[in-house]
Design a protein around this ligand. Structure first.
Ligand code: AMP
Ligand code: MG
Length: 316
């Protein structure tokens, strides 16, 4: 799947005019807008119907560009140099003269920032010469999009353009690490695991209840399908849809999607949101999900599944 240069140029000029463009990243599709413009950023919150106390991730094309907006500690620099471009978001202190819209920080004195590891996203960032605020391109509380068609289902009438770069290969949102305090804190698990981060930086800890409230990924219910979700299912009812994992799959479900028949967690992460969407669109009474091992990428997958299964009244 490729994106024509003319489409990238068209998208870049929309962004320069303050309009919103959805684009592929390696994690999920992002809903991009000029991060320097209050109007554009307010437009993102409105298009997603996202509560404006939930800060957005800013995407940049280079480390040099990131330095214009945030302060890098030695730890932060080490992580950025090792993992960027890639699915790692760093929460860093805003610089004093930071020109990013305050709305991206939602009142905090920090910014979540990353360089995406997707060639189309990078070319778009270079062409528009802007930092782009880009949360996942879904309506707030819904499943993150991993294909352009998912974005169109929910946002077509609210944005200027969707760039179709095919399926996102990581498939779940970036790992988020807060480096504003004494020790780094893992705010959101993702495809870069705490073990990988731990090889580079000491004292990294998972978020506690006290640090968990800084963003929408931290709310109990997020990434929610319409149907109810039953986790750790070892059997399945006739009227249920089954989200399977591995080769030993219980029979009898009305429909089955297998995250990875060979039990590969990377493949499972890539397929997760796409398969949840497929099951959610089916004529079923609920979605049963087989147990996923809680190791490596399985931690991030289980994090998303738990949020998908949480009662809706907790959703934002
Ligand atoms: P999304 O853009 O939908 O992928 O979600 C952005 C995520 O980044 C949220 O879930 C927050 O956890 C995190 N985040 C963004 N900005 C900040 C910030 N300034 N401080 C802490 N967390 C942030
Ligand atoms: Mg999101």
């Amino acid at each position: 799947m490729t994106i024509l240069s003319t489409d990238l140029e068209k998208a870049a000029s929309f962004l320069k005019e303050g309009k919103l463009v959805a684009f592929p990243t390696e994690t999920v599709y992002g809903l991009g807008g000029n991060a320097l413009s209050d109007n554009a950023v307010a437009g993102i919150y409105a298009a997603k119907a996202r509560p404006n106390f939930n800060p957005l991730i800013v995407h940049v094309a280079s480390l040099e560009q990131a330095h214009e907006y945030v302060e890098f500690s030695e730890t932060a620099l080490q992580l950025a140099q090792h993992f960027w471009p890639g699915p790692l978001t760093l929460v860093l202190p805003r610089k004093k003269d930071c020109k990013l819209s305050l709305l991206v920080s939602a009142g905090l004195d920090s910014v979540a920032i990353r360089i995406p590891g997707n060639d189309f996203a990078l070319r778009l960032l270079q062409l528009c010469e802007l930092p782009l605020a880009a949360p996942s391109a879904n309506r707030s509380g819904r499943i993150s999009p991993t294909e352009a068609s998912h974005v169109m289902e929910e946002l077509t009438d609210r944005i200027a353009m969707v760039l179709d770069g095919g399926s996102c290969h990581v498939g779940i949102e970036s790992t988020v690490v807060d480096i504003t305090g004494k020790n780094p804190v893992l705010l959101r698990p993702g495809s870069i695991t705490i073990e990988e981060l731990g090889k580079l930086v000491k004292n990294i800890t998972p978020a506690t209840e006290a640090t968990k409230i800084t963003g929408p990924g931290m709310l109990k219910s997020h990434y929610a399908p319409n149907h109810s979700i039953r986790l750790d299912a070892t059997d399945v009812k006739q009227d249920e849809g089954l989200l399977a994992f591995g080769s030993d799959v219980p029979a009898g479900a009305r429909m089955t999607e297998n995250l990875s028949p060979t039990g590969n967690l990377e493949v499972a992460a890539t397929n997760l949101f796409m398969m949840l969407r497929k099951l959610d669109a089916g004529e079923i009474a609920g979605i049963a999900v087989m147990p996923i091992p809680h190791t490596g990428l399985g931690v991030a997958i289980n994090d998303r599944l738990q949020r998908a299964a949480a009662p809706k009244e907790d959703a934002a």
